[in-house]
Design a protein around this ligand. Structure first.
Ligand code: 5GP
Length: 216
């Protein structure tokens, strides 16, 4: 009888592309990190960007930092699954690592903006799950951006005005969460991921399993 289970004794299933978007400062990076620490079956898509690194950011870990000419060439060569202009810089998701992770049976987490979520959905609709994180209030968002203290006042003011327009894209997502409490919000992110993984159409091993059940 063929083995319809992986080593964790779960049925084989299609990997999913899990997108977390939010305006800067709404807590998406914290939630992404919590998810990656808690779940061995999901890996982060590390984007390319032409923006300079912030203090503490590591090349290859937070982003692949690159110049505009290299980025443009990669885009022309079709190396990105999606890419967009955000805050005056280019950001793109490299195709190859995503394909490798999915082939490995791993889900992939994307910390990308609404334009990326939209393009990814056009490329891989049924495999994409889109989650948008809202801040509890505009005042709290501004407070968080100042606390992060990585950007100048001018950059923060720019991010605040962009945050308001990003929030306007909430209806392009499958799930919208309000991050007023990070643990509570994280629990909801995990519940969404768990339920999406169990969807019948993602359970590749189900047909064979049921066939075997019926044949016994
Ligand atoms: P930051 O410069 O603060 O790290 O990111 C700015 C915005 O760009 C965030 O909303 C982030 O989610 C988005 N972003 C990061 N990587 C990508 C990417 O590869 N594609 C797209 N479309 N957006 C990205």
């Amino acid at each position: 009888m063929p083995n319809r289970h992986n080593e964790k004794h779960e049925l084989e299933r299609r990997g999913l592309l899990f997108v977390l978007s939010s305006p800067s400062g709404a807590g998406k990076s914290t939630l992404s990190k919590m998810l990656l620490d808690a779940d061995d079956n999901i890996s982060l898509s590390v984007s390319y960007t032409t923006r300079p690194p912030r203090p503490g950011e590591v090349d290859g870990e937070h982003y692949h930092f690159t110049d505009t000419a290299t980025f443009k060439k990669m885009a022309a060569d079709g190396e990105f699954l999606e890419w967009a202009h955000v805050f005056g810089h280019r950001y793109g998701t490299p195709k190859a690592p995503v394909e490798a992770a999915l082939a490995d049976g791993c889900d992939v987490l994307f910390d990308i903006d609404w334009q990326g979520a939209q393009q990814l959905y056009q490329e891989a609709g049924p495999d994409v799950v889109r989650v948008f994180i809202l801040p509890p209030s505009i005042e709290e968002l501004e407070r968080r951006l100042h606390t992060r203290a990585q950007d100048s006042d001018e950059v923060i003011a720019d991010r605040m005005s962009r945050a308001k327009s990003e929030i306007g894209h909430w209806d392009g997502y499958d799930y919208v969460l309000i991050n007023d409490n990070v643990e509570g919000c994280f629990a909801k992110v995990q519940q969404i991921l768990t339920a999406e993984r169990m969807k019948r159409r993602r359970q590749k091993g189900l047909i064979g399993f049921v066939r075997d059940l019926a044949a016994t």
